[in-house]
Design a protein around this ligand. Structure first.
Ligand code: SF4
Ligand code: F3S
Length: 106
């Protein structure tokens, strides 16, 4: 599966959702999650993310390992998103900031 990681939080550019052939992105208030049971590893979303927040499970850095389970959990709770929308107005300011996991809204 592919995994959305920390840098998506408060950036949420949503370019990723347009290319997913199986509609497995789910939208929360300030983060997106991929449903690991639906993802077919097509690879298309990874290069689309301007924040470089998407990783293959196989390339997931150890520091982001916990995002695998978090995606699975949140994808169950949030609705599917298939169309790109405007990012938050301050998305650019948050791009690359560390410590964003604390700011995740559920
Ligand atoms: Fe969707 Fe493909 Fe990305 Fe999986 S790898 S989330 S199937 S676009
Ligand atoms: Fe998030 Fe990147 Fe998609 S910032 S919403 S994973 S395009």
């Amino acid at each position: 599966t592919y995994v959305v990681t920390e840098n998506c939080i408060k950036c949420k550019y949503t370019d990723c959702v347009e290319v997913c052939p199986v509609d497995c992105f789910h939208e929360g208030p300030n983060f997106l999650a991929i449903d690991p049971d639906e993802c077919i590893d097509c690879t298309l979303c990874e290069p689309e993310c301007p924040a470089e927040a998407i990783y293959s499970e196989d390339d997931l850095p150890e520091s982001m390992a916990h995002f695998l389970e978090l995606n699975a959990e949140l994808a169950q709770q949030w609705p599917v998103i298939t169309e790109q929308k405007d990012p938050p107005a301050d998305a650019e300011q948050w791009d690359g900031k560390s410590g964003k996991l604390e700011l995740l809204e559920r």
